[in-house]
Ligand binder design. Sequence first.
Ligand SMILES: C[S@@+](CC[C@H](N)C(=O)[O-])C[C@H]1O[C@@H](n2cnc3c(N)ncnc32)[C@H](O)[C@@H]1O
Length: 509
Amino acid sequence: MSVLEQKAAALYGEKKYPEALDIYLSLYQKSPKTEKYSIFCGNCFDAMGEPEKAIAFYKRACRINPISTTSLIALANVYYNNGDFKNSSKFSRKILKKFPDNASALLNLGNIAYCEGDFETALAYYETVYKNNHSSYIAVINMANTCYDLMRYVKALEYARRALKLYPSSVDAYIIRGNSYLELGRYQKAERCLAAAVDLRDDNPWIYVSLSRLYQKIEKWDLALEAGWNAIIYAGEAIEEQHINFGYLLYECADEKGADMVTDYARRWKERFPDNKKVEYMANALLQDTRCKKAEPEYVTKIFDTFAPDFDDTLATLEYQVPEYLAQVVADVLKKDIFKPFAYLDLGCGTGLCAKAVKPIIGWSNVTGVDLSRKMLKEAKAKYVYDDLVEDDIVHFLQNCQKKYQLVTAGDVFTYFGDLRVLIEEIGKVLAPGGLLVFSISENTYNTDDYYLTPSGRFVHASDYVLKLLKKAGLNKLYMDKKPLRNEGDHVVYGYIIAAEKVLEIENA
Ligand SMILES: C[S@@+](CC[C@H](N)C(=O)[O-])C[C@H]1O[C@@H](n2cnc3c(N)ncnc32)[C@H](O)[C@@H]1O
């Protein structure tokens, strides 16, 4: 290695990438046909967060030496790290054509399958690497993790044990073992593994997430809260996810043990993260702050973006019935009396369950769905019932809406609003004369207020309050019935299905 190369390598090792790059670029310019200079330039660009330039240099290296795997591996990795799985997989497969046992390529294909949720395929790739090389820690820890995701907890335990043999201070292996024991109901063993993980690394948030789950399971709520709090403190980049986890934990604790138990944590949480709107909203719900009038849009978006892929399945298990109720009321109220053109607006459309249930009744129509959560809208799109899907806050959408609708539905959406005055007023404005609004509310059984923000972050309403607002907005109640809407924990959430018609405007003679 020349003196210059040594200097560049040292700078790279010290993470002084631009300085290292300067030297490698000068070497590359002097000797453009030397493969390693192209690769080193690519590595510097990659480390500096410039993947396009890195790719250009790696491709140059490939042209210089078409049989080299180094540049192909680098290309596969850089594409993978930038979420381009198609190209990443293309280059990994190129490597495998020449070297069918190449561990980097096999691991990379495994990781791509894992990210795409194809755990069986991922496991098969990792197992191939492990079969070829029983000292591959990365293969066996990935096998353990994937088995855990496949709910093969006994296997996960065994692979994590083997990982620990290869790398005794593997925090990940202890976490996987802890989580697997937790799932198998062997709580003492789970606690021991997680304690071992803390001994190795006491600032890893995922250990505390697991500990918090464990203590929740065995109903040691004070320890669960303490672990949940540590998960937030050490969350680093995963902070938003940890906030949501902590919010759920506080809610579940409040539900089980009463709100008093979480008050201190909710206050500390708000104080520690004063600029986080989601935290403020969740903490306010737990502190029963009566000043909240509407769910924070950032909170709604985060919750439903996270929930979107599992929303339909989860709600089916909760016996969520609102879409069917709304569809039945639409059928009963409209009868066959549909005037065309028929424009239908589904507010807070989510994954499209309401429009899917209603569309067969109204037949030909133009259907618009509005929702804050992009990921919910993505699911809705896949149902092929909407002509338009709009990512927007529903009040903002309504206030800027030029169109009139013959039907508006809102299934389990008013529950993200406390004060319904503006929302109902705006719906009244976009309904065509004679147009129909059908929606659900959850019943306020907590107190006699018009609305109440429950610790779960959802509002419940008094039906009288809603009826009063409908009247004020020129909407005439046609139907109202109390129904079980869905299950929550071990109880049923009751609410009302309400239909109201926009009063026909009588022209002055
Ligand atoms: C419980 S889901 C119900 C979804 C759908 N209506 C159904 O019945 O399956 C509530 C939906 O309302 C949306 N949402 C809540 N507040 C909103 C707002 N202010 N603007 C737009 N969408 C909102 C959420 O993103 C979520 O998709």
